[in-house]
Every structure is written in structure tokens, then in C-alpha cells.
Design a protein around this ligand. Structure first.
Ligand code: URP
Ligand code: ZN
Ligand code: ZN
Length: 469
């Protein structure tokens, strides 16, 4: 079926103009000038969708999510079905999750397990990064084959000693391998060895409440790890993408490296732009557990949030992803009631990214095109999915969001679609709301009604990052 979306303002990473979007089946055919001969003739053979007063944007691309992630004896509470449906509600039409290599396991087995879990379950398209927990001769050699399978990025951890942690030698070797095969190296940049010392000391002093998670994961330790990761990436000659950056000191490291011409990129997440240690992680009782994530939310007195917004404007922060990793309070966050180290770390937010970053447009912190660039176009390019994803142009997938920029509403656990028994965003008033979502040409959400189905989402074999020099 041919569909023409007319009357709206089409927003891309480079501008916002009145235009009509014509698509047929899964693909966009044309962007047409309103009132032009082509537009008038296209209208005759198409179903017309009226987007008057609305923004028409490429579907959101969230390149950092963890559906059903096993962590600290439990699993993230959204599985591929519930998590991708929640993503669609929020205007996201593509996710990139993680396949995990367990210690002693081959990358191939880790990838097959995750492909099997996702198969037939996703409502939107999905890809995978691969986490490396065991960098050795075999897994290094295997990285090249995994890239050929369409998994063109690997995540390493400078945190979590004893589980997925990699030491500097392993990091350097993985970087060198990536330099050869073109993969993008993702880094969880926190000095986990030092953090574990501080955490142990805090618990010995009886400081067991959730807020201590933020105190021990100090900004200096994020900055130190970011600096070290950058040096190792330079020496290894691999491109580096620092995930879930929250500390302004870590951002300084990224900014400096970029100024010096290094192939270094960074992502932040809505939680770091809106939540603080004092107002959220230190909430009374055990409520702060709902804000335990790593890297942690930072002190409002140190103005990290302002610096992150500046980074989003200057492109030192190139991507906003969610690091969606939800856990319910009941039975999950509760596991750490007596010891913050046992609280499963993660916040659910896959549904709210487009809206929360749109608030930056509403408040004048970023422009409308920058919103699309941060949430859709750059993530697609960074992760080798452009121009299939992240853009409305002929030949691209018809992943299209019709967005009402004036609609005011309040986020709540009562109206979200993530499988969580609380909302970290509870009570936040937002302006702007997704009205209609198309995924590869199929309408999957319209007028507050989900019309998609699990199994519609397809695995994306990603190319190399389009940011490599
Ligand atoms: O706290 C977080 N971020 N949980 C998900 C795992 C990770 O490190 O990204
Ligand atoms: Zn991480
Ligand atoms: Zn993560």
C-alpha cells in the first residue's frame, strides 16, 4: 500500500521543513514539496495521512538497551516483547541490545543464545553489540567473524571485577583487534577496582543505603577510566565509544581527546540529564534504589547536568541512548535492601527517551534537528545502520513517527508500558507526544493504541560504524 503523510513538518538532522513523505511497502519512496505536481499526483494513488500541526521524524534509534539482562541473580524485567512494545510507544523503532560472552564461552555461542532469545519476540527491528567478558587468543580471533555476522561493535568493562571486568592488557589487545576488523569499541568507563574498595569500606561503616552507590562510584573514577580508555584506544588505534557517560570530568576527557583529533565518541542517557544523587538516589526509605544505575546519577551541586547538555550541543556527546535495564522494586531492587551492592543496577527508560530529549527543544537547550540527530540519525550512523535507519529519504526503511509537539501530559507508572512496578520519571510533566508510529511501513501505534505484534521486528546485520576515519 502507498501512503502519503502530508501537512506536517519533516524534521531531519539538518533541518525542519514542510514536506510530504511518500512510502510504499517497507520503504520510503520520496519526500515531496507540498503542492508540487509530484505531490498532487502522488496523492491520487495513495492513502493520505493528515499530519497538520505535527512533526514527522525518523523513528528513534536506541543503541543501548538490555532486555531481560541477567544481573545479580535476577533478570531485567522487560523481555524482548514488552521492551520493544514500550520502545514503540515512545517513538523508538530500532534498538541495539547486547549479546554476552560468558567467561569460558565462545563469542559464537553467546551470540547464538541471544539471537535465539530475540527471534520472533520483537515488535521493532533490533541489532546486537557483543560484550567481551573473556578476552583471550580465541575470542580475539573470533571478533572478526562476529563483525561479519553484522555485530560490528564490542563492549568492554573497566568496572565489575570478578565478572565481566577486563584489565588493561585485555583492553589493549581487543582494541588492536578492532583496529584490524573495523569494529567500534564500546567502553563502560569506571575504575571498578577502586570502586569496589570504597564500596567495601562503606558497608563496613554500616553505610548500606542506595545513595552510597553514588558516593562510592566517584566522578574521579569515571574520569580516570575514560582517560585510560582513550589512551588505550589511541595506542591500539581503535575507535572508541564511551557508553552511559554521566560525570562532567569524564566529558572533559572526551572533549580534549576529540579536540586533539582522536576517534572518540560518547553517549549519555536521559537519567543523567534529569536525575541527581540528592533528589533521586537519596530518596527517603528505599526509594532511591529505583535510581541505582552505573555509572551513577551525579550530584546536582556539581552541575554535571548543565555540562552534559552543553556536550549534547557541541557534539562531544554524540548520542542519547537509554541503557534501558529495568528492575521492579518488588523482589528485584529489594534484593539490596540491606546492602546497596546487591541492588540490581539499571533504570528503565526506553519509552521516554524521545520525549525527555524533546524537552531540551522545548526549553531551548537543543534545536529540533539536533533532537533528531541525537536520537535517531547519529545513533544509526554510529552503529552502521544508516541510511536504512535514522533518516527519511528514498530507499530508507519507512520507520516514521508522527509527533504532536504541543501535547502536554504527565509520565507515570499508571500510563507507561514498560514492565516495571514504578517509574523513575513519575510525575514529570512533558510537552510533546508520539501519536503514530510506522515500522518498516506497517502502522504499529496510533491514537494511544498499539497495533503492532511481536515477531514483526527483524534482526539488523549492521555494517561498520560510519564514523571511522
Ligand atoms: O546500571 C546499569 N547501567 N546497568 C546495565 C549494565 C551496564 O553496565 O550497562
Ligand atoms: Zn555499562
Ligand atoms: Zn548498559
Amino acid at each position: 500500500m502507498t501512503i502519503l503523510i502530508k501537512g506536517g513538518t519533516v524534521v531531519s538532522a539538518t533541518g525542519a521543513d514542510p514536506a510530504e513523505v511518500l512510502f510504499d511497502g517497507e520503504k520510503i519512496i520520496a519526500l515531496l514539496q507540498p503542492g508540487s505536481e509530484l505531490a498532487l499526483s502522488a496523492e491520487k494513488g495513495a492513502e493520505v495521512v493528515d499530519a497538520t500541526g505535527r512533526l514527522v521524524v525518523p523513528g528513534g534509534v536506541d543503541v543501548h538497551v538490555h532486555m531481560g539482562l541477567p544481573l545479580l541473580g535476577t533478570r531485567a524485567s522487560d523481555d524482548f516483547e514488552s521492551g520493544t512494545i514500550a520502545a514503540a510507544w515512545g517513538g523508538t523503532t530500532t534498538i541495539v541490545d547486547f549479546a554476552a560472552q560468558e567467561r569460558g564461552q565462545s563469542l559464537r555461542d553467546g551470540l547464538d543464545t541471544r539471537l535465539g532469545e530475540a527471534e520472533g519476540e520483537c515488535a521493532i527491528d533490533y541489532g546486537f553489540h557483543m560484550t567481551l567478558a573473556d578476552v583471550n587468543k580465541d575470542s580475539l580471533a573470533e571478533m572478526d567473524h562476529i563483525v561479519d555476522e553484522g555485530v560490528s561493535s564490542f563492549k568492554l568493562f573497566m568496572a565489575y571485577p570478578g565478572t565481566v571486568y577486563s584489565d588493561d592488557a585485555q583492553i589493549l589487545r581487543a582494541m588492536q583487534q578492532a583496529a584490524g576488523n573495523g569494529a567500534l569499541m564500546l567502553m563502560h568507563a569506571e575504575n571498578g577496582i577502586a570502586i569496589d574498595v570504597l564500596a567495601e569500606q562503606a558497608v563496613e561503616r554500616g553505610e548500606t543505603a542506595p545513595v552510597n552507590h553514588g558516593y562510592v562510584r566517584r566522578a574521579e573514577l569515571e574520569a580516570e577510566a575514560a582517560f585510560r580508555a582513550i589512551q588505550l584506544a589511541k595506542v591500539g588505534a581503535a575507535p572508541l565509544y564511551i557508553v552511559h557517560l554521566s560525570a562532567k570530568q569524564a566529558l572533559e576527557q572526551v572533549s580534549r581527546a576529540r579536540r586533539e583529533g582522536a576517534n572518540v565518541f560518547a553517549e549519555t542517557c536521559p537519567q543523567y540529564l534529569y536525575f541527581s544523587l540528592e533528589d533521586h538516589l537519596a530518596k527517603a526509605g528505599f526509594d532511591g534504589a529505583g535510581y541505582v544505575c552505573s555509572t551513577p546519577v551525579r550530584s546536582k551541586h556539581e552541575h554535571h547536568q548543565d555540562e552534559l547538555w552543553t556536550g549534547l550541543r557541541t557534539n562531544d556527546l554524540a548520542v542519547v541512548a537509554t541503557d534501558h535495564c529495568p528492575f521492579c522494586m518488588k523482589d528485584q531492587k529489594e534484593l539490596g535492601r540491606n546492602d546497596f551492592r546487591a541492588i540490581p543496577n539499571g533504570i528503565g527508560g526506553v519509552e521516554h527517551r524521545m520525549d525527555m530529549i524533546f524537552q531540551g527543544v522545548v526549553s531551548g537547550q537543543i534545536s529540533l534537528p539536533r533532537w533528531v540527530e541525537l536520537c535517531s540519525t547519529t545513533p544509526a550512523r554510529m552503529m552502521g545502520m544508516y541510511p536504512k535507519k535514522g533518516t527519511l529519504q528514498p530507499g530508507a526503511d519507512a520507520d516514521i513517527v508522527i509527533y504532536n509537539p504541543k501535547k502536554r501530559w504527565t509520565i507515570s507508572v499508571d500510563n507507561h508500558h514498560m514492565n516495571m512496578d514504578y517509574s523513575a520519571y513519575e510525575g514529570i510533566d512533558v510537552t510533546g507526544r508520539v501519536e503514530t508510529v510506522y515500522s518498516r511501513g506497517r502502522r504499529i501505534l496510533h491514537d494511544e493504541c498499539f497495533e503492532g505484534r511481536k515477531g514483526h521486528g527483524q534482526f539488523i546485520r549492521r555494517s561498520l560504524s560510519q564514523y571511522l576515519i
